[in-house]
Write a protein that binds this ligand. Structure first.
Ligand SMILES: C[S@@+](CC[C@H](N)C(=O)[O-])C[C@H]1O[C@@H](n2cnc3c(N)ncnc32)[C@H](O)[C@@H]1O
Length: 263
């Protein structure tokens, strides 16, 4: 396995849930200059995924990098057989707690998207949501696509929800307040986009309960044609791009949803 480019555990922790997954934060911005209120809560994202992936009750679905399980639990509530994999113990705990409260059954697995378990040909559908792809060097990012293809059944489909590069760059700012709470808790980000690597690096200051800490994370940004070609090389066919409203991708969409079918 390759060396990590940033400390994912420091990024995807309780502070992240505090700002981005609390009831107060339901309509708050997520981590990008523009991604904000792209979906009307979890139900909006569920509706789009349901339609674009032609989901049916009973289908087996892998939510890869499922985070705190909002989408995984919601798809399970609609009758899918859902497995959620993530590397964050804090997020998986929250996902399991929410699943129990919703009385839905989801198989939550602690793991690394670079090396998935022995799940070859197992899933009808795969989702990878809210910019949960592009955290590694490019060779490894492409290996993650190979892993996705490996665990899906022939004819299966996957959906990835990422920043829409054209809109993202149009609203790029070198720094911004990404989230703020009434009690004074605040996230401030300093951003740096490198056009030579396509990497967007963020130096984040988290202020919570009067205490500040700093962390760094990065993600790879993609134009549609590049990621389509990566997917094709990994064995996917008929790769299509949509925006958050499910219409064909255009420059005004905040999000790029890539739908790819496996041969
Ligand atoms: C931006 S969050 C998205 C979470 C979720 N998909 C959602 O829509 O809320 C990215 C997720 O990737 C997970 N992650 C980061 N590195 C990972 C890795 N190597 N393997 C598995 N999950 C990872 C994080 O723990 C985090 O839950």
């Amino acid at each position: 396995m390759t060396a990590d480019l940033f400390d994912a555990a420091a990024m995807y922790d309780d502070d992240y849930l505090h700002f981005f997954a609390s009831p107060e934060g339901d309509n708050g911005p997520t981590h990008g200059p523009v991604v904000g209120t792209a979906y009307a809560a979890t139900s909006g994202a569920t509706d789009i995924v349901w339609r674009l992936l032609d989901l049916q009750p009973g289908m087996s679905v892998l939510d890869l990098a499922c985070g705190h399980g909002a989408l995984a639990n919601s798809l399970a509530a609609r009758g899918c057989k859902v497995t959620g994999l993530d590397s964050s113990a804090v997020f998986l705990d929250r996902a399991r707690t929410d699943a129990a409260a919703m009385t839905v059954d989801v198989e939550y697995v602690s793991g690394d998207m670079r090396q998935l378990p022995a799940w070859t040909d197992r899933f009808d559908r795969l989702i990878n949501w809210t910019t949960a792809f592009g955290y590694f060097d490019d060779l490894t990012n492409r290996k993650v696509l190979d892993e996705m293809a490996r665990v899906m059944r022939p004819g299966g489909r996957m959906a990835m929800d990422l920043d829409n590069l054209s809109r993202f760059l149009a609203s790029y700012t070198p720094s911004r307040i990404t989230a703020a709470r009434d009690n004074g808790d605040i996230l401030v980000d300093r951003n740096d986009f490198d056009p030579l690597t396509g990497r967007f690096e963020v130096q984040r200051t988290v202020v919570r309960d009067g205490r500040a800490r700093k962390l760094t994370f990065l993600k790879r940004l993609f134009g549609f044609p590049e990621l389509r070609d990566w997917c094709t090389a990994a064995g996917f066919t008929t790769v299509a791009g949509y925006g958050e409203d499910g219409e064909p991708l255009n420059t005004q969409h905040n999000r790029m949803i890539l739908i790819a079918e496996l041969q």
